[in-house]
Design a protein around this ligand. Sequence first.
Ligand code: DC
Length: 225
Amino acid sequence: MNVNDIPVIAIDGPSASGKGTVAQRVAGKLGFHYLDSGALYRLVALAGMRSRVDLADEKVLSDIAARLDVVFVDAEILLGNVNVTDAIRVEACGNVASKVAAYPQVRTALLERQRAFRQLPGLVADGRDMGSVVFPDAILKIFLTASAEARAQRRYKQLMEKGIDANISTLLQDIRERDARDSSRGVAPLRQGVDTRLLDTTSLDIEQAVDSVLKQYAECAKGHL
Ligand code: DC
């Protein structure tokens, strides 16, 4: 079987839209593999910060991206044998990741690593450019979003549940700034492609969003038989 025949569901969208949770659950229901591509950009950011490199140096960061010694074990992420599952989720790391992700050489260095996740019986990949760049032949492409206010509320709730102190207006401001940066960069900007279906989850819960993706996938898969 050709690797390009392995089905991919691409779920792109802005920060805190819930796409990670939805993508993971869809993968679980279908028994598919799951790629959290944002984690890779967060890992490059964390590795860069920990080794105190100049975060404006694209070449150094792309070398880090090419050499990332990362292992995904279930829900845990190990970077050079250190468990960084929680460390990559802090807001500061997300902000640096968004800057690092604007470098074309970093994006190129991560391309093959992302494509290697395409394995039988299928893959659900979430990020910003899954449908446009990494898996342009994905069988289903979803742009999953929600209003900035709804996303700030969700992020706030998530952080509170983890016992991390947060301020809702700072979160909203961060989300707006990150959206602007991710959407306006020259390479692989965040935007809904013409072949991508919009899923606005502002007034949907997770189960409803998951059901919608599964239903759309079933229709696409039928069309491919
Ligand atoms: O989805 P996330 O918040 O974990 O992503 C962290 C940053 O990485 C985000 O600001 C944009 C960037 N990113 C990207 O440019 N392309 C992707 N496919 C995934 C994430």
